[in-house]
Design a protein around this ligand. Sequence first.
Ligand code: ZN
Length: 341
Amino acid sequence: MMKAGSEGTKQNKTRRGPGGRLAAILLILVVLGLFWFAETDHPGVSQLRDRMLSSIGIGGDENPDDGADGTDSSGTEPGQSAASGQSGNIAGLDADNLPEYNGEHYVTVNGGIPVFPDEMTAKGTDPYEFYGELDALGRCTVAYGCLGEETMPAQGTSRGDISAIHPSGWAKAQNWERCHLIAWALSDENANAGNLITGTHYLNYDGMRPIEEEVEHYIWNTGNHVLYLSEPVYSGDELIARGVHMAARSVEDKGKGISYNVYLFNVTPGAEINYYSGIVTTEEQAAQEPRTYVINTRSGVFHYPSCDGAQSIYKKNRKEVTATRKELTDQGYTPCGSCEP
Ligand SMILES: [Zn+2]
């Protein structure tokens, strides 16, 4: 560096005082340092960064126990959460102490006032989308962006096939829906595994859709942009989110048109959901009398005796039981996706 500097002084006619050069070098070092801080995977630094981000309400995986419990999070990529899941504060939500479902589709967060970190607002009205990497458990982490006509599907196009995606916790025949974190109508995203979670109809259709439609209509009507954040909130290492945190604010009019900060419940009223296995027990099923089922002891799947799947089970793996559906699912057996017991 000294060498380059002294040669530079010889060849360069424009004189710059040593103070000015030092200041320029320092400025470059500071900028490089900031880049490193923003991008590095160094566990200590990325934890500090995540904590800073989550303290203002987004992303990261604030886990104060990291390191203390001996788990190694040094391999965690940016945008990923550690296997222990989001256990810190997500925009004022404590994932270990989530609000109880109270009959409404959502509760407001932070008085309904959206808060976004600098990394989301830095681009002004420039449209963009960001989808976080799946975490170590294969779960969606976060999706956000500055949405506008540019990010939306062109008028007249139709949604692509998303059936190949099996989001974490997906279970057959339990009436689950592939729920977009950012709706197709806003993002033009189809089979993007970082944007699809296992969600109930109640969350997907009744809870999120009215908000998504309001944002969509607002954008078509004004041509403005909307900062939009959608993140699933998990309890511990469960594979299905307990709910989705959504925040949105229109950019050009500073939230006059659109302003949301809500936590929506991933529930079906009256049904019991196993957020690990994806098995749903409806009220009727919970009240059911014991009956005959056929279990494949090898696969752990149970059937109605009349199911083709029940009749083709190898004798040594076949077990007939009299039980309720709930007793079997509680023992870890999975209802057949075909006869849907
Ligand atoms: Zn069956």
